[in-house]
Ligand binder design. Structure first.
Ligand code: AP5
Ligand code: MG
Length: 223
């Protein structure tokens, strides 16, 4: 099963993807995580990507598609995966269709207000080692400033400044939000109230997926 998570910056794509990984074993395939890894490793691609990411714009389609193809070719994606942050514009959606990937496609649009985005991203902390996601109030780490999973020191993402968040929101509204209509027309779009608490958001997504997974359309049995 191919699960696509659409949503604004801070809408909870990464959080929901992690919830689905725990529930079904589907890996999270996040183009943002892949790009940040390239930036950290200072690869040629990472050096180019960093400037776009720092401005709140999109990295060029060819670069992102190359990263995505490589990631999807790995063994853990054989039975399904959760796409977090791809596609991000109409041309990427066309490219995704063109890959001719197997399995049913289920799309969720996590709808949040811009106010929610600003609050969440101001208080988000992430792990640069394993990309685990925290929130200072709603999901604090067990030991202040340290990742529960790998123990690394948590950071605030470089693009989580008020100025860059505003640009990311503009990019989202102009380029990504229109994708919902495309998937709605295809009949596989599910609108989710992303302003709700994280467990409720994950439960709403699972209410759609549990029957599909149980019917044998892919993935492990729900846990
Ligand atoms: P990317 O990393 O994808 O960032 P984004 O889309 O801006 O989304 P975020 O990761 O900021 O938020 P999220 O929706 O994952 O929310 P999270 O779960 O962390 O992309 C970064 C950049 O890379 C882009 O700007 C672009 O430059 C580039 N890029 C990436 N993909 C690209 C592509 N395909 N093409 C071109 N360029 C691309 O949650 C946020 C916070 O809220 C956390 O603190 C969390 O704990 C908390 N939270 C989550 N859900 C809830 C809830 N329901 N209630 C309360 N708190 C919650
Ligand atoms: Mg994310």
């Amino acid at each position: 099963m191919r699960i696509i998570l659409l949503g604004a910056p801070g809408s909870g794509k990464g959080t929901v993807a992690e919830g689905l990984r725990r529930a079904y074993g589907f890996p999270k395939v996040s183009t943002g995580d892949l790009l940040r890894e390239a930036v950290r490793e200072k690869t040629p691609l990472g050096l180019v990507a960093a400037s776009q990411m720092g401005k709140g714009g999109l990295v060029d389609d060819a670069t992102v598609l190359a990263l995505l193809r490589e990631r999807l070719s790995r063994a853990d994606c054989r039975d399904g995966y959760v796409l977090d942050g791809f596609p991000r514009n109409l041309s990427q959606a066309d490219s995704l269709d063109g890959l001719g990937l197997a399995g049913p496609e289920v799309v969720f649009d996590l709808r949040v207000s811009d106010e929610t985005v600003l609050e969440r991203l101001a208080r988000r902390r992430t792990c640069p080692g394993c990309e685990a996601i925290y929130h200072l109030l709603d999901k604090p780490p067990k030991r202040a400033g340290l990742c529960d999973v790998c123990g690394a020191a948590l950071v605030q993402r470089a693009d989580d400044t008020p100025e860059v968040i505003r640009e990311r929101l503009k990019t989202y509204h102009a380029k990504t939000e229109p994708l919902a209509a495309r998937y709605a027309a295809r009949g596989n779009l599910h609108l989710i109230d992303g302003d709700a608490a994280a467990p409720a958001v994950i439960a709403a997504v699972r209410a759609v997926l549990d029957p599909l997974v149980a019917a044998g359309t892919g993935g492990e049995a729900p846990r």
